[in-house]
Each structure stands twice: as structure tokens, then as C-alpha cells.
Design a protein around this ligand. Structure first.
Ligand SMILES: [Zn+2]
Length: 66
């Protein structure tokens, strides 16, 4: 299980299932109860609940130190 607490703004996430554009990676724009994510490939922005984010993550690709 992914540790969602290490996901911060600017972290790159890889999801289990692709976006309709074919991209698997998302950049975190905002964290909290809902997460705001930007598709790295097509730049579309989505809002997704913290729980759904946790379920969808396959791995955390990059964690930026703050
Ligand atoms: Zn996309």
C-alpha cells in the first residue's frame, strides 16, 4: 500500500490505469481531502478524493524535497 502522506505538491505519480489520452503519470498540484492532479501527457487537470488517489496509485515516481 502506498503511503499517501509522502505525496506532496510537485510529486509525480504513476496510476494503475491510463488516462484516456494514454498517459499514466500525474503531477500533484494540490493535496488535502481532495487532490488536484495534472496529467503529464495532456495537461488536463482533475480533482480526485484522497482515498481514490490512494487506490489508483501504482507507484510514486518522484518526490521533491521541500
Ligand atoms: Zn491525459
Amino acid at each position: 500500500m502506498i503511503d499517501i502522506t509522502q505525496v506532496k505538491v510537485d510529486t509525480i505519480l504513476e496510476f494503475k490505469k491510463p488516462h484516456p489520452c494514454g498517459g499514466y503519470t500525474w503531477k500533484v498540484l494540490r493535496t488535502g481531502i481532495d487532490f488536484k492532479l495534472e496529467c503529464v501527457k495532456c495537461s488536463r487537470v482533475i480533482m480526485i478524493s484522497r482515498l481514490d488517489t490512494t487506490k489508483r496509485i501504482k507507484k510514486i515516481i518522484e518526490v521533491k524535497e521541500s
